[in-house]
Write a protein that binds this ligand. Structure first.
Ligand code: AMP
Length: 601
């Protein structure tokens, strides 16, 4: 597939390929499992589950346990430490992909093989085809795609570990395709200092504003951060453009070199124009004003990213937000076949050739509540040392058998050594395209607020906050980011929310009317489930606390997580904070706090 003629063929036949894949979902799923078992059954990990040497689907279904990352970490650590025997899979691995670890879990190391990379590239091409079918003229302009990299980590085995976006930005595939149509010179993307990289990428985008037809990043959080950066630096951008001189603090050699071929001389007309646009009190529609030929905004806006939808709609001024695909460090899952669907209606059609998918039904008691599985010892796996065997094996449903409207946690088996692996994402079936199911992303499993027996999930919180923020709209106040934690430092404990607010017309902190803010607390509590409300009424949970933080506090939170190893490009704002340090960062930006009135409203 790396071959150019093959890529051309995929583009030409793209829609037919998609039709074939989705029409043959059942056969393809059978086939992929068979291939994985034929190739990998002899590995140390899998072989113990096939004591008779019979590695067929039935034995797989009966014997192979459902696992989490923690269960397979010892095997992965051995590979990272240089053991070369066939531990999880027979193929050599090319490197490890390091997950972001920002959505509630620790960063993970996921093995990557040449084959798994090919599958990802194929996935990318297919989602590209769908978007190109939807928007004409995409080959005629340039993309301002904000990409950032992290330093690679070495492992004792000599293999490199890096976030997928970092890995991808260094491949020839990227250099020969996306990088060529991007306004950001490759050296500005490969700069390890994220602030210098962001400055140069945005400056390049402003200098080539007439050519840009798409602006975006992998996740909406990065885009929101970039627009804020623009708000903070637009005067400096204008000054650089006016004088033709790049700011001295850009010291990275690659960036300076690359920018010298774009920032070639003074351009006072362009500087005046950008200044005129940016000095407008309201930044509503700023993206459209700065980049007049823009066709769509690209970036994942589902799941925890949905908190950025209203901000990006505001800045975009009516430009469609396109959430193209659903991927993780582990594998690619599905693509959005309706790029123009509204952010909250986005569903991803699973592509059956990327991995073998199974689904664990999740209790849906009103809002897609994640379920915690009870653990039961089971014979076939006791000797494997995997304690996490669960009765849920019998409940797993194949891709073809998921039911419309039902919630599931996705479980994958990949050719690169993950077998019945819980990804940790909860999805809801919203429809079918041919025979392939379509899923809405609901939430990360286990991202919950909880004081007692009640559990408030990421989805519950998002819905409650969406309800509450409506009452801020008439005051011209926007919620630009939120997070939360369960505060059990006193008894009874309480939920604490952090909100970053801004006025629609400026970055000024809105004047906070205590009554309105208390009402927000109230609406959030009202939106929670029966168990929360009854605990609140009984006094087992204290009044919800809302802490408003100053502009830029959530940028500091992102800086904190990226300093700990997360990549900006893969950053997902944690909806529920577990880290004391992260809580401290948001607390230090606090400018007001409000409590829900004593009883639930
Ligand atoms: P990482 O492995 O760090 O790239 O993170 C992967 C995780 O990001 C997934 O398991 C999801 O929780 C989340 N994610 C990826 N794509 C999407 C999407 N389209 N919508 C919502 N969440 C997503």
């Amino acid at each position: 597939m790396a071959d150019e003629s093959e890529i051309k063929e995929i583009y030409e036949n793209g829609m037919k390929i998609l039709e074939d894949l989705t029409n043959n979902a059942d056969e393809l799923q059978e086939q992929i499992l068979e291939e994985i078992l034929t190739r990998n059954a002899g590995t140390e990990y899998l072989s113990r589950f096939f004591p008779n040497g019979q590695a067929d689907k039935q034995s797989f279904k009966t014997n192979v346990p459902i696992v989490t990352y923690e269960d397979i970490k010892p095997y992965i650590d051995r590979i990272a430490n240089g053991e070369i025997s066939s531990i999880l899979f027979p193929d050599p691995i090319t490197q490890f992909i390091r997950s972001s670890g920002t959505s509630g879990r620790q960063p993970k190391l996921i093995p990557m093989t040449a084959e798994s990379f090919e599958k990802r590239k194929y996935h990318l091409l297919l989602s590209d085809i769908v978007v190109k079918k939807c928007f004409s003229g995409l080959d005629e302009g340039k993309l301002l795609l904000l990409h950032f990299i992290k330093p690679e980590m070495g492992t004792p085995s000599g293999l490199v570990a890096s976030p997928y976006t970092t890995f991808f930005s260094k491949t020839n595939t990227f250099k020969n395709s996306l990088a060529k149509s991007s306004t950001s010179p490759i050296d500005t993307i490969l700069c390890l200092e994220n602030k210098q990289s962001m400055y140069c990428q945005l400056l390049s985008g402003l200098l080539q504003r007439d050519k840009i037809i798409v602006i975006g990043s992998s996740f909406a959080s990065v885009l929101a951060r970039s627009i804020k950066f623009l708000e903070d630096y637009w005067k400096e951008f204008c000054s650089n453009i006016r004088t033709g001189y790049l700011s001295d603090w850009i010291t990275d050699h690659g960036c300076r070199n690359a920018m010298s071929s774009i920032l070639t001389g003074p351009n006072p007309e362009l500087a005046d124009l950008i200044q005129q646009i940016c000095q407008d009190i309201s930044w509503e529609g700023i993206i459209k004003k700065l980049w007049p030929k823009i066709k769509y905004i690209h970036g994942i806006i589902t799941g925890s990213m949905s908190q950025y939808v209203s901000l990006l709609e505001f800045y975009g001024g009516g430009i469609p937000l396109v959430s193209r695909s659903y991927n993780s460090s582990e594998c690619s899952f599905g693509i959005n076949l309706n790029p123009l669907s509204k952010p909250f209606d986005v569903s991803y059609t699973f592509l059956p050739h990327t991995a073998y998918f199974e689904f664990l039904p999740v209790n849906n008691d009103g809002g897609g509540k994640s379920r915690e599985f009870e653990l039961h010892g089971a014979s076939a796996t006791e000797s494997s040392g995997i304690k996490n065997e669960t009765m849920a094996v019998n409940e797993l449903v194949d891709l073809m058998n998921v039911k419309l409207g039902q919630y599931y946690e996705v479980v994958v088996t990949t050719s690169a050594g993950l077998y019945r692996y819980r990804v940790g994402d909860v999805l809801k079936v919203t429809g079918f395209y041919n025979k392939s199911p379509q899923f809405q992303f609901v939430e990360r499993q286990n991202v919950v607020l909880s004081i007692g027996a009640e559990k408030t999930t990421e989805e519950d919180l998002s819905k409650a906050i969406t309800n509450a923020k409506l009452i801020l709209e008439p005051f011209g106040i926007m919620l630009t980011a939120y997070s939360s934690y369960s505060d059990t430092s006193s008894t009874p404990g309480r939920y604490v929310l952090f909100w970053e607010l801004k006025m629609k017309g400026s970055n000024d902190l809105p004047k906070l009317d205590a009554r309105v803010m208390e009402q927000c607390c109230c609406i959030v509590e009202e939106s929670f489930d029966f168990t929360y409300k009854s605990f609140r009424k009984d006094g087992a949970i204290s009044a919800l606390e809302l802490r408003v933080v100053k502009h830029g506090s959530f940028d500091e939170l992102m800086d904190f997580y990226t300093s700990k190893g997360a990549s900006i490009s893969q950053y997902k704002p944690p909806c529920c904070l577990k880290s004391e340090e992260a809580i401290k960062i948001l607390n230090s930006g606090m400018v007001g706090k409000f409590f829900s009135p004593k009883t639930v409203c």
